[in-house]
Design a protein. Structure first.
Length: 283
């Protein structure tokens, strides 16, 4: 009886710590968002005179959103962002599946070297290679064009390769052998068999890539400073100046920019988790 009572106390303590941890994580994530929402409903004078945690005096003060939408050129930013997302998703899916197919199905001398290079890309910080990448983009004549971030986003990464390879491990090699005996080329096998079976993983990685692109301000601001090439993240720069900033309009702009990626993630989140779980568990 004493042992059972002790185990129940440990289980209760474990559950309490579990809930405390996740409540703390939720507060860390949602409190900054809540402060931005409060700021978007205030005036500049009210924002400067009150605490960031204080409620706005008028919850129907939507002038900041109208200003952010018009002066931030949200529609232009949405159009450019959609171009980046669609083209990057298509190119990324094609290159990622082809790379994983070659690494999983073929044996060649430099196979381990290629895998090692992908692993090394995770170890080396991106910013240490930024000067070389910037010079390369500029030499190719892609600076200040949509081609610069597209070239960067289309590139595959180790997470993509890992998930695709996990899916390929569940696809029997006998399918490839049967198709080869019927006279199918490697390209035909990839196009007609492998790529359709990788669609769940492709959907998962495409959604993750889309959210990443819609939230990325570093690459887009560095390689596309032209106003006509503004995206949803870089549109917020219109409210930040060297001497003064329109903080309430900036808060409203953040909410407007946040909505597309948040809705996109909420709608497709089940596909993300399903794809990750299917790739992690071998059949």
């Amino acid at each position: 009886m004493e042992v059972t009572f002790t185990e129940s106390k440990r289980q209760l303590l474990s559950n309490v710590l579990y809930y405390i941890f996740f409540i703390a994580m939720c507060l860390i994530v949602f409190i900054p968002v809540l402060l931005v929402v409060f700021g978007s409903l205030k005036t500049n004078a009210e924002l400067g005179a009150t605490s960031p945690f204080s409620l706005p005096s008028n919850f129907f003060h939507f002038e900041n959103f109208v200003k952010a939408f018009n002066e931030g050129h949200i529609l232009l930013g949405l159009r450019n962002t959609l171009v980046l997302v669609v083209v990057s998703m298509a190119g990324n899916a094609l290159l990622g599946t082809m790379t994983a197919f070659v690494l999983n199905r073929f044996d060649f001398k430099l196979k381990k070297v290629v895998l090692l290079l992908f692993m090394a890309s995770m170890i080396i910080p991106t910013y240490t290679t930024e000067i070389a990448r910037f010079q390369l983009i500029h030499a190719m004549g892609l600076y200040n064009s949509l081609g610069a971030p597209l070239l960067i986003y289309v590139g595959t990464d180790i997470m993509q390769i890992y998930i695709y390879i996990q899916f390929l491990e569940k696809i029997s090699n006998q399918l490839d052998e049967s198709a080869t005996m019927d006279g199918a080329s490697y390209f035909r096998i990839f196009r007609s068999i492998i790529f359709p079976l990788l669609l769940p993983a492709t959907a998962t990685l495409g959604i993750l890539k889309s959210v990443t692109i819609m939230n990325d301000i570093y690459v887009q601001n560095l390689y596309m400073p032209k106003k006509e090439l503004a995206t949803l993240p870089t549109a917020l720069m219109a409210f930040v100046g060297q001497r003064s900033s329109d903080l309430v309009a900036l808060c409203a702009g953040i909410i407007l920019v946040l909505l597309p990626s948040m809705l996109f993630y909420i709608v497709f989140q089940r596909y993300i988790f399903r794809g990750l779980m299917d790739g992690a568990v071998k059949g």
